[in-house]
Ligand binder design. Structure first.
Ligand code: NAI
Ligand code: MG
Length: 350
């Protein structure tokens, strides 16, 4: 395990954090993020750890015990993309991390970065419940006659405590980030118990924020349509696991796709920040990957540790590099390398 020390003023407090560069383009985009965090004098003191194929190569586990121990210590991680090993019966590292650290909230902000897309001025945040709902995996088949899988059944689990916790997270997030409204998305007209309870708990929580944060609710299918008809009506959206999975990708699509989407997984025991995209093996090692998503994730991490001003500066520098300097990587129609884009962002922070 190596330790990476950011350059920082001697008076600044340092915050231990786990860094998982990851696989494929992971190390390239991680280097880019570290350069930008250095430029903004971020307070992190890194413990660099392996996971994914790197973990398998080193100790036969895509989520080595040392990596878990580091996150248990620091309770804070920045994670590059991990290649999912094919075969070998490995469980998804992302699911393992979610369970291990009870990362109950998945936060996916979406903001227009490059003008001239389908929608201008999008700025909304999706808060997805990350541990319950239809993702608990309670599924089975019922045999009929000679068909062993004639009937498939699946159950979801939502708890009042879990629904309350995620609603409180969404409202607290709204308060802390100057947001005006929380919209709860459900399907309580059909899934009356499963998502009815989620709605009921959310309404209870909303009362405590009355006068500070507006509240409304939408049925998920109508919400999906309204997101493409008039996305500007939404501010913070809070929803269950499956609906959140679907709507968060739809929302990323409003601002140009998954390539630029950052995410945070936040729980009682830890918070893990990551880019939504994968390890992009097709362009790995070529120096052309777009480091934007992981940079935005690191800005969320700064917000999370109370360094909102530094988070804001990183986002502003990214905006300036993209919009004013017009430095863009190939996936955004530009010709900049990872390094050139990183230098443009760092220059805006100087
Ligand atoms: P991917 O996101 O890695 O790549 C899809 C396409 O987008 C590719 O053409 C790639 O070159 C491009 N792309 C992705 N990120 C980019 C970036 N930062 N800059 C420029 N272009 C970028 O998805 P794919 O190919 O399905 O998965 C590759 C591997 O990544 C798989 O092993 C998959 O399991 C893993 N993965 C890991 C994730 C994570 O750790 N959070 C999330 C998604 C996939
Ligand atoms: Mg998904």
């Amino acid at each position: 395990m190596a330790t990476y020390n950011s350059r920082m003023g001697s008076a600044t407090k340092t915050i231990p954090a786990t860094l998982i560069p990851g696989d494929g383009i992971g190390p390239e985009v991680t280097d880019a993020v570290l350069a930008v965090l250095d430029a903004v004098e971020a307070p992190f003191r890194w413990e660099t750890c392996k996971a994914g194929m790197g973990g398998v190569a080193e100790c036969g586990d895509p989520l080595p015990p040392e990596t878990l121990a580091s996150i248990r210590r620091t309770r804070l991680a920045l994670k590059g993309p991990l290649t999912t090993p094919i075969g070998g019966g490995f469980r998804s590292s992302n699911v393992r991390l979610r369970e291990e650290f009870q990362l109950y909230a998945n936060l996916r902000p979406a903001r227009t970065l490059v003008p001239g897309g389908r929608f201008e001025d999008i700025d909304l945040v999706l808060v997805r419940e990350n541990l319950e709902g239809l993702y608990v995996g309670i599924e089975h088949y019922i045999p009929v006659g000679d068909d062993p899988r004639a009937v498939a059944m699946g159950s979801g689990v939502n708890t009042r405590a879990g629904a309350r916790r995620i609603a409180e997270f969404a409202f607290d997030y709204a308060v802390k980030n100057g947001r005006k409204k929380v919209t709860l998305v459900h399907k309580a007209n059909v899934l009356k118990a499963l998502t009815g309870l989620f709605l009921e708990a959310g309404r209870d929580v909303a009362k405590r924020y009355d006068g500070r944060i507006a509240f409304d609710d939408r049925i998920v299918d109508a919400c999906a349509m309204q997101l493409v008809m008039n996305p500007w009506q939404f501010d913070v959206i809070v929803t269950t696991n499956l609906f959140g999975d679907i709507l968060s990708d739809e929302i990323a699509g409003l601002v140009g796709g998954l390539g630029m989407a950052p995410a945070a997984n936040i729980g009682t025991d830890a918070a893990i920040f990551e880019a939504v995209h994968g390890s992009a093996p097709d362009i790995a090692g070529k120096g052309v990957a777009n480091p934007l998503a992981l940079m935005l994730s690191s800005a969320m991490m700064l917000d999370h540790v109370g360094e909102q001003e530094k988070g804001r500066r990183v986002r502003a520098a990214i905006d300036a590099a993209l919009r004013e300097d017009k430095v863009r990587t190939g996936d955004l129609g530009g010709s900049a390398t990872t390094r050139e884009f990183t230098r443009a962002v760092a220059a805006r922070l100087a």
